[in-house]
Structures are given as structure tokens and as C-alpha cells.
Design a protein around this ligand. Sequence first.
Ligand SMILES: CC(C)(COP(=O)(O)OP(=O)(O)OC[C@H]1O[C@@H](n2cnc3c(N)ncnc32)[C@H](O)[C@@H]1OP(=O)(O)O)[C@@H](O)C(=O)NCCC(=O)NCCS
Length: 136
Amino acid sequence: MIIYKSDTEGIKAEQLKGFFDGWPDPPSQETHLQILQNSAFIILAIDDKTNKVIGFVNAISDKILSAYIPLLEVLPKYQKHGIGKELMTRMLNKLSKLYMIDLCCDEPLQSFYQKFGLSRMPAMGKRNFTFQKGDI
Ligand SMILES: CC(C)(COP(=O)(O)OP(=O)(O)OC[C@H]1O[C@@H](n2cnc3c(N)ncnc32)[C@H](O)[C@@H]1OP(=O)(O)O)[C@@H](O)C(=O)NCCC(=O)NCCS
């Protein structure tokens, strides 16, 4: 069974294996835990058989007007079972009273996010690849 949790209480770095698939210089599991701890809102999906985190979404926010969703990921073995949808649904419920909810994604994923009522819009961004794994 998949359990959903919205805090990092009791979560250890070793439970966060396998994320940042395809990233050339990914954050360590310890850094991943700090990212989750520093986020305004998170949802974790945990496989109760293994006690591993198998999916997560985070949001950074001023908690008044705006939130940005930087990361959403479900481990490949668990994809296409509705877990990504559940993570996004739960996160958007948490953010439902905010005016601006933004994220960036590649074009093939736009149809995924449109299912949740998000619209395509122009954006600007910058990536400092030197710090991809987190500068801590
Ligand atoms: C994107 C991702 C989170 C989806 O998670 P998932 O658990 O496989 O998705 P779900 O099974 O909940 O799918 C929900 C719906 O989205 C659709 N969907 C899933 N992945 C999709 C994709 N990559 N592109 C378009 N639609 C997608 C499903 O077909 C399903 O549609 P339905 O409700 O009409 O049946 C997952 O594929 C992933 O972690 N990818 C790698 C990391 C990534 O790209 N994250 C997003 C960064 S912006």
C-alpha cells in the first residue's frame, strides 16, 4: 500500500534512494532531505512494504499569494499507477487558497499538468549547472 505524508517527521536520508533520475549532478540523499525540510509544503508517497519514499512533490511559497512547485517525481517502477496524480492533487489542495501556483516543465509534460487545471504560459528562467547538486 502507498501511504501519503505531508512532513518529514521520522524520514531518514536512506529512505530517499533513486530520485533525480537523469540528472548529471544530482543532489545527495542527505541534500534531498534538506530540500524537503526547507520546502513550505511537501507530499511524500511511501511504500509501506519497504518503508521507502517512492514519490514526492515539493512547493516553495510565501504562503500568502504565491507558490512554485520545483520538483515532482515518482520512481520509475511505481510510475503509471496514479501516484503522480495523487501527489499533485494533494499538493494543489494544500495550495488552493493561493493566487499564483507556478511550475516549469518540458513540453511533453504539459498535458499531464493541464489535467490539474494548469495553463501553458510563457516563463523565464536560469540554471546554474555548477550548483545542480545543491550548494550546501
Ligand atoms: C511525471 C510523473 C511524476 C507522473 O507520475 P505517474 O505516477 O507516472 O503518473 P500517473 O500514473 O499519476 O498519471 C496520471 C495521468 O497523467 C498521465 N501521464 C503520466 N505521465 C505522463 C507524462 N510523462 N506525460 C504526459 N502524461 C502523463 C497518465 O497517462 C495519467 O493520465 P489519466 O489520468 O488520463 O489516466 C512521472 O512520470 C515522473 O516522475 N517522471 C520523471 C520526473 C518528471 O518528469 N517530473 C516532472 C518534472 S516537471
